[in-house]
Write a protein that binds this ligand. Structure first.
Ligand SMILES: [Zn+2]
Length: 271
């Protein structure tokens, strides 16, 4: 027994001090959270990563993330430490959706194009927020449960025309079903009707992590509200470009789209 304890003690002492703690899903569309000593700077593939005052940070891997990502942390008074992360690759489906109004697939009028530009600018503005808070720490839930009608990353062919990959998860549910916040955060945007997205809510979960809830029938929060995980933010609808009532749920780390399904477990009744 004493020998075993001594051995453990020796192991603990012999382990090199690890400056970067990291935990997450190293896969395309995945997310990881970590911690470094306060005041450290962190980069991912050479790009600066937002770090909270306590040293918490968050990173994400896009749909087409390369096989390796290089994470570097430099403490205020020390040498940089580097971790090479192996990112698992995924295969994506092709999804065809027909019967959409042509105007919503290939908008042409100056009015529609101006609206799309304005919507885009608002979304980009939210994704640029650099809130040095860790609201995401309390975890995530499904905003609504139902039939998964669209998965992350699919190549989309709308009315026969190739369009951008699907950057979220679609959950079909009856109109009026409550939609809940996936996690704690600040309501960063409430929009009464975007061209593609319809009634839209965006939530800032801190350190660049945002979630978006679109095509809703009603929204029940106000910009600037702080919401807790599970709080109702609206109801299921089919506003914007939708062929039936469903929630499109998206998650981004700054401008990188992540797979929401990787943040939560399998669906359970009640989220
Ligand atoms: Zn969708």
């Amino acid at each position: 027994m004493i020998r075993a304890i001594l051995f453990l003690l020796l192991l603990t002492v012999a382990a090199p001090a690890q400056a970067i703690e990291i935990d997450g899903t190293f896969i395309q569309g995945g997310m990881a959270t970590g911690k470094v000593s306060p005041g450290s700077t962190v980069t991912l593939d050479g790009e600066a990563v937002a770090v909270a005052p306590d040293g918490s940070f968050l990173i994400g891997f896009g749909r087409n993330a390369k096989k390796k990502a290089v994470l570097t942390a430099t403490p205020p008074d020390g040498a940089p430490e580097t971790l090479t992360l192996a990112i698992e690759r995924r295969r994506y489906k092709i999804q065809r959706i027909d019967g959409l109004p042509e105007r919503k697939v290939t908008p042409r009028s100056a009015e529609d194009l101006a609206r799309i530009r304005d919507d885009r600018a608002k979304i980009v503005g939210v994704r640029a927020r650099r809130t040095l808070k860790t609201f995401y720490d309390t975890g995530f839930i499904w905003p609504v449960t139902g039939r998964i009608s669209g998965v992350f990353g699919s190549q989309r062919i709308l009315n026969g025309k190739p369009r951008s990959p699907h950057n979220g998860v679609d959950v079909a549910a009856p109109k009026g079903t409550p939609v809940k916040a996936m996690g704690d955060g600040i309501v960063a945007l409430v929009h009464p009707g975007m061209f593609f997205s319809g009634k839209t809510v965006m939530i800032d979960h801190g350190l660049g992590l945002t979630s978006v809830y679109i095509h809703m029938d009603t929204t029940t929060v106000t910009q600037g509200d702080f919401v807790m995980k599970g709080a109702q933010i609206g109801t299921i609808g089919m506003t914007g470009r939708a062929t039936g009532p469903h929630l499109h749920w998206g998650v981004s780390w700054f401008n990188t789209h992540l797979d929401p399904a990787l943040l939560v477990g399998p669906q359970k009744p009640g989220g």
